[in-house]
Design a protein around this ligand. Sequence first.
Ligand code: IPM
Ligand code: MG
Length: 405
Amino acid sequence: MADHSAEIAAAKEHFGKVLEQQLARLDRMLAGEQPTDYASLKPIVIGVIGGDGIGPSITAEARHVLESILAPEVKSGKVRFKTIEGLTIENRVAKMQPIPDDVLAEIKTCHVTLKGPTHTPEQGDGYPNIESANVAMRKALDLWANVRPVRVPSEGIDWTFFRENTEDLYAVGSQGVNVNSDLAVDFRVITSPGSRRLIRAAFEHAKKTGKTRVSIVTKANVVKTTDGKFLNVAAEVAKDYPGIGWDAWYIDIMTAKLIDTKRRNEFQVLALPNLYGDILTDEAAEIQGGVGTAGASNLGSKYAMFEAIHGDAPRMVKEGRAQYADPSSVIKAGGMLMEHIGFTQQAARLNKALDLCTQYEKKLVMTGRNTGATTKDFGAYILDTVNDPKLDSKWGAAVKSATKK
Ligand code: IPM
Ligand code: MG
């Protein structure tokens, strides 16, 4: 048998460093962070980051919609918008950092940010394989909950996914180890406090919104240690919420159940580790009308960031179709941002307008090409719908008639 002792020693040393970082992160988590109280802030600073590819144009539409809805608050000085430059793939490659230091410092001057998709380098795309800016931002600001709602009112679908956002395979996803040229090992990290805060947030959300059940999704029958921990923590947290039921699912069968039209509207709030959440929420978004219609909040105790759930669509840009990108996802994220900082009624209006424009009325349709509407026209359509005095009754009628079918 070959002598592997040198390879093992090198891998052990690397693993030691990973553990040091993760234990330091655990200590920071245990120390806790004070939650931001938006009601007492003036101004609440909203940073806007354009991103790459289709990002700048769809984000510009979202900013326009938000600035228009929040015009009274901007005027009174309660809210201020701020442009954050430099979170582009070119600048990130030039600095060889997933988020250049000066850009991160700027982001930290904002209480919340609205972010367009940023390009995630992958092997073979010509860019150095630096870490995804999304993943880096979630870690740098400790944005531990990725909350992704999916709604199809006429089908009774009203799901809220609580995807853990800083752990799992993502925690050290760019620091795996090639033990030798044939053996590659990545590290999967799950902590008790990391799972607890996420699962607790899911139960709190259920309590606040009158939901009766939280579904925990893992693969704990196979991935026994880390998913096992997540599931055990869920059982503990659930004891504090006697009014709310909970159940445990495996990710494979849950993936199947989301396309089971007889059962799927029974799910309400779902809590799950990072990678399962990444995959399952793309599937869920497709059911709502495509990833272009879904938004996400990335919530930490101190900071929060809101974004589309999809990427920067370099193919659309290359094929000259960028002006037909759907801005609904980032506009939806903008609604989540408003809700998070306390403008609940404004957010509810925007959600109804999005339902009408993307699912029911559909006066304009996005196809991603010149057979459909442009980003600008669709943004204007959504804003006109928000401003329509008959919005509530139109929405009610549309949902009712779609439900009958
Ligand atoms: C998402 C995206 C990101 C993720 C990518 C761009 C790194 O797919 O926000 O779901 O995997 O989290
Ligand atoms: Mg994803």
